[in-house]
Design a protein around this ligand. Structure first.
Ligand code: MSK
Length: 636
């Protein structure tokens, strides 16, 4: 392996040598074997969209400067980027579509093992979507909200923006996006539009393609927003809960079931049923019964809503199995390494895929449907209990590492905590402290792990620097997982790393909210689909101040971005007006034009822009500078 440290996670550093000794291959080995990675791909100048190719542009100017069809580097880079955004948007769209369809079925009275947990939130959503819920039966409201959400996948009139985009942004942002022609009217149509315009022989104007990409990113935002809000309706609004993170949450004397992926529709039922089937596990010899743990964003979902501990984040998912203590890993969609099934050969673990469009050769496929969710979950738990009986105790190596994490800071939970300080005007304490400088600004950490950097290192380094500078921090996805694993979602972290004024504010709010101490240093806002929770809060602040989002001292950072979804999220963050940091060099720099548009010119259009900085300390300096520039703009 190279000299770059693989991870700062002690559990990873404990297990990786064991894996290597046992000849078990992990992502880190495959990353090494892949080197040197394709330079054309890294620069984004490889085109594979037709069978005349593949074509690639010579970045040094000596070889071909155009593909066989005549597309130049700008066109190729812009097309590749737009297609990544479309793929990210498709992932979130499918997630949101699935949840909305489930809500519709509930509204129509179908017998499903789900119920509406948050009636008040559902009615609030209905009001927000102008559906006038007053006096209506809750099932009727569910049906109308589901149909209004599904309309965002089916509307044919391109002049009418998606409901969830129009009703969740500031009026001035909506106006700007409509004016730019990047407001989506239909999520699926917008994805299809990108796939069409980037087809061979279509849009060759890089800037025009990028505008299509912004529209795709806003389609992604729309799908994400409705996913999160409707999931809250069905499964509950997250509230602060104390739990734990890292592989030490696995238990030697329990049937350990890891839930992994993104969609809570199955994992919620597995969690419910695990309580009921606990005795069965005990009868099988597991003294501590069933222990559900989470990985990646299904992990974040159940951690936020139920306090289920998080085993690990994206990059170390294979190592969960290397502990030899996971009896079943149940996966749904997205960010699941196909290599998990191969690990099944070395351990007793049942690797169970559940979604029709997400199968892995070698895994056990147990198809999930909403109608049969209870039976599916029961079968999964039975498979896990059987596997537990086969567990080879000599192969069990649970690293003794776990950290406390206080998680569950939905927008509602943050407002509830603030309302303890000022019941009449909950946002006032937050805004006052931003205005007086006690809080310099707000940073949203999002995104994945990426092997190109030391796992979790960028997240923790930037966060400690921002904390020192009194920046309030929110996190989602595998970034949130990183902070949870490294103890930065604790009150102790606030004491240790927050600047004096930030510490004071977090203490006042935390004490008022009954936490007997400060709020944690980084607030866990959920899975990667939940980034819209941060927008919810930012829009409330912007509306209260009477400014648009691009005026707020709010920044975003994806220090280890990896997935197409992260590309889509980063792009909508920029489109909504946020300076957005990437800690990984994006695959666009083969086009100076595209690079310039994304990092500079776009600022004139939407206010936001990308900043690329791979050094986490320098990234923190740049993020603080961006916040200060916004503060100056506001005259504070
Ligand atoms: S799981 S998209 S690695 S955050 Fe949401 Fe993590 Fe990124 Fe997947």
């Amino acid at each position: 392996m190279s000299n770059m440290k693989t991870s700062i996670d002690p559990a990873v550093n404990y297990l990786l040598p064991l894996a290597q000794k046992a000849g078990i291959e992990t992502a880190w080995d495959r990353f090494e074997a892949m080197k040197p990675q394709c330079g054309f791909g890294e620069l984004g100048i490889c085109c594979r969209i037709c069978w005349k190719g593949p074509c690639r542009i010579d970045p040094f100017g000596n070889g071909p400067q155009k593909g066989i069809c005549g597309a130049d580097a700008d066109t190729i880079v812009a097309r590749n980027l737009a297609r990544m955004i479309a793929a990210g948007a498709a992932a979130h769209a499918e997630h949101g579509h699935h949840v909305a369809l489930t809500l519709l079925e509930i509204g129509e009275g179908h017998a499903l093992p789900y119920k509406i947990k948050e009636e008040k939130k559902l009615r609030n959503i209905a009001e927000r979507l102008n559906l006038n819920p007053e006096g209506k039966d809750i099932k009727q409201v569910a049906k109308e909200v589901a149909l209004a959400s599904l309309e965002d996948f089916s509307r044919q009139k391109s002049s009418i923006p998606c409901n969830w985009a129009k009703e969740t942004l500031t009026a001035s942002r909506v106006e700007k996006l409509v004016e730019l022609g990047v407001m989506p009217h239909n999520i699926h149509a917008t994805i299809a539009e990108i796939m069409h315009r980037t087809h061979v022989g279509c849009d060759a104007d890089a800037v025009n393609i990028l505008l299509g990409g912004l529209k795709g990113a806003l389609a992604d935002y729309t799908g994400m927003y409705l996913s999160t809000e409707l999931s809250d309706v069905l499964f509950g609004i997250p509230e602060p809960v104390v739990t734990a993170a890292n592989l030490g949450v696995l238990k030697e004397d329990a049937v350990n079931i890891a839930v992994h992926g993104h969609n809570p529709l199955l994992s919620e039922i597995v969690c419910d049923l695990a309580i009921k089937m606990n005795e069965e596990a005990k009868k099988a010899g597991a003294k501590e019964g069933i222990n559900i743990v989470g990985i990646c964003c299904t992990g974040n979902e159940v951690m936020m809503r139920r306090g289920i501990p998080l085993a690990t984040n994206y990059l170390s998912q294979e190592l969960a199995l290397v502990t030899g203590a996971v009896d079943a890993i149940v996966v749904d969609v997205q960010c699941i390494m196909p290599s998990l099934a191969a690990l099944k050969e070395c351990f007793h673990t049942e690797v169970i895929t559940t979604m029709p469009g997400n199968k892995i050769p070698g895994a056990t496929h147990l198809e999930f449907s909403e109608e049969t969710a209870l039976e599916n979950a029961a079968k999964i738990i039975k498979l896990a209990i059987d596997a537990y009986k086969r567990r080879d105790r000599s192969k069990v190596n649970i690293p003794d590492y776990k950290e406390t994490a206080i998680v569950g800071f939905s927008a509602e939970a943050v407002l509830a905590a603030l309302s303890k300080v000022n019941p009449e005007d909950p946002l006032k304490p937050l805004i006052d402290n931003i205005v007086n400088g006690n809080i310099l600004g707000i940073a949203l950490f999002a995104g994945c792990n990426n092997l190109r950097v030391t796992q979790d290192h960028n997240f923790t380094t930037i966060a400690k620097e921002l904390a020192r500078n009194n920046v309030l921090m929110l996190a989602t996805g595998c970034g949130a997982g990183a902070f949870a694993k490294h103890g930065l979602m604790t009150q102790e972290a606030t004491e240790a790393y927050a600047g004096d004024s930030l510490k004071e504010v977090l203490t006042v709010i935390g004490e008022a909210a009954g936490l007997n101490g400060p709020l944690p240093l980084v607030l866990h806002m959920g899975s990667c689909v939940d980034n819209t929770r941060a927008v919810n809060l930012a829009v409330a602040v912007a509306n209260k101040l009477g400014v648009d989002l691009d005026k707020l001292p709010v920044v975003a950072s994806a220090p280890e971005a990896m997935a197409e979804k992260a590309v889509a999220i980063g792009t909508w963050a920029v489109t909504l007006g946020l300076p957005t940091h990437l800690g990984i060099v994006p695959q666009v720099i083969g086009s100076p034009l595209v690079t310039e548009v994304l990092t500079e010119k776009i600022k004139d259009l939407v206010g936001g822009y990308f900043m690329v900085e791979t050094d986490p300390k320098k990234a923190a300096v740049k993020l603080v500078a961006a916040i200060k520039e916004r503060r100056e703009g506001l005259g504070i």
